[in-house]
Design a protein around this ligand. Structure first.
Ligand code: CS2
Ligand code: MG
Length: 408
């Protein structure tokens, strides 16, 4: 069996999805997602210029060897662009493997460990009351877990928290249009004065059962992160996400020394080498990698297994920039993983998105039920894809009030 051709498509409704289709000489094809939010053309170029010409003629069943060939063979290892490109190839090869076996992927991993995988949605509010309404709407729909982000008084424009800049949560887009980033202002003091009480008020309003998550989005120093984690302890969060950039990883000890609030980190990690110390030292409770830019199913499964040895559960990244293809790959891992925790779930879910990526994965009462179709269980309509072009976008750049550049 040989890979006969492969094509890359960039575009989609509201997001620029980077979709890889690998064809074989036996008619079976596989699909992968290489979307790297706001840098979509880069993994696409890596695939087109370097990886696809090497893939042609390879045996698609040897997904491990192909992964090693590209990863070790690149010499300059890792990084989000390369790992997103390898990730898409890897997903597509697993898709082919599942179709050949006539089995859904979770069966090839070891079968189902659960019927449905708990997901969380994003509730956002311009202020606390607005946020409460957004949470209520999700609770009424049956969600068991909600990430809560709120506009901070006196601090306009922490956009990852407020709906008005992003549209409502269902169509929320983690980018601004155009290449030049918008500037947003951040003030740590205002945030730290406001957020612990806001989270406590949410717990008070919704009771003990709701799983409450909050994303700090890398805005605090380790000392400030420890202060926040300690202050929110009585609220019993499901997790506190990215309280500080995980670059100086040893200082994450500081958070552990001061608090038992569960910590989730990893949406920007690209490999096991970004998180092995955090996992082995049990400095995090949830690992947030995505199958897309952490090298696909082959590599993420290794991370999941390492995490399982150290009381770390999964909480894969699932921002709306992931296409239904990588969300399907994650649905199969979630169905299997003995140390599954939760799945961030923001699939666009619009009729346009469903027409482009038909599938039987379904969400019900806050749980994702994985498709039983062979392989990934998601298809790609090339005719529909012709409707969409690449639209440049950018993440915001954050500055402090005095102009100092800060972390997005
Ligand atoms: C966020 C993301 O989903 C999350 O937890 O941190 O929305 C993040 O801002 C985007 O994925 C950036 O591309
Ligand atoms: Mg996040």
């Amino acid at each position: 069996m040989k890979i006969s051709d492969a094509k890359v498509f960039v575009g989609g409704p509201a997001k620029n999805y980077v979709t890889l289709k690998i064809m074989t000489d036996q008619g079976i094809y596989g699909l992968g997602d290489a979307t790297l939010n706001n840098r979509e053309t880069l993994p696409a170029a890596y695939l087109q210029d370097y990886l696809i010409p090497n893939l042609i003629g390879m045996d698609p069943r040897n997904s491990e060897d192909i992964w090693q060939f590209f990863y070790r063979g690149a010499y300059f290892r890792r990084g989000p662009i390369a790992m997103a490109a390898f990730g898409a190839i890897d997903m597509a090869l697993w898709d082919i493997k599942g179709k050949l076996a006539n089995m859904p992927l979770y069966q090839l991993f070891g079968g189902k460990s659960r019927e449905g995988a708990m997901v969380y949605a994003h509730a956002t509010g311009a202020d606390l009351e607005d946020l409460m309404d957004s949470i209520s709407a999700y609770v009424e729909e049956g969600y068991k877990a909600v990430r809560v982000q709120c506009g901070i008084p006196g601090m306009p424009g922490a956009s990852y928290a407020t709906p008005e800049k992003r549209g409502n949560t269902r169509n929320y887009i983690t980018s601004y249009k155009g290449i030049r980033p918008k500037i947003e202002i951040w003030d740590t003091d205002r945030y730290l004065r406001f957020m612990p009480d806001a989270l406590a008020a949410i717990r008070e309003r919704f009771g003990p059962e709701l799983k409450i998550l909050h994303d700090v989005h890398h805005r605090l120093t380790p000392r400030e992160a420890a202060e926040l984690a300690k202050a929110v302890e009585p609220t019993r969060l499901f997790w506190l996400e990215d309280p500080t950039p995980a670059e100086n990883q040893d200082v994450l000890q500081l958070i552990r020394q001061h608090s038992t609030t569960p910590i989730a980190i990893g949406e920007v990690f690209n490999s096991i080498w970004d998180c092995n110390r955090l996992i082995e030292n049990e400095l995090i409770d949830f690992i947030r990698v995505a199958v897309t830019y952490a090298g696909g199913i082959t590599h993420v499964k290794r991370i999941v297994d390492l995490a399982g040895l150290h009381n770390v559960r999964t909480g894969f990244h699932g921002a709306p920039s992931h296409s239904p293809i990588s969300m399907a790959a994650q649905a199969h891992l979630n169905a299997w993983a003995p140390n599954f925790g939760i799945q961030e779930y923001l699939v666009l879910g619009t009729p346009e998105c469903e027409a482009l990526f038909p599938s039987n994965h379904r969400m019900e009462n806050g749980l994702v039920h994985v498709s039983d179709a062979p392989g990934l269980g998601v298809d790609f309509d090339e005719k529909e894809a012709e409707r969409y072009d690449y639209q440049p976008g950018s993440h915001p750049v954050v500055r402090l009030e005095d102009g100092t550049v800060w972390n997005y």
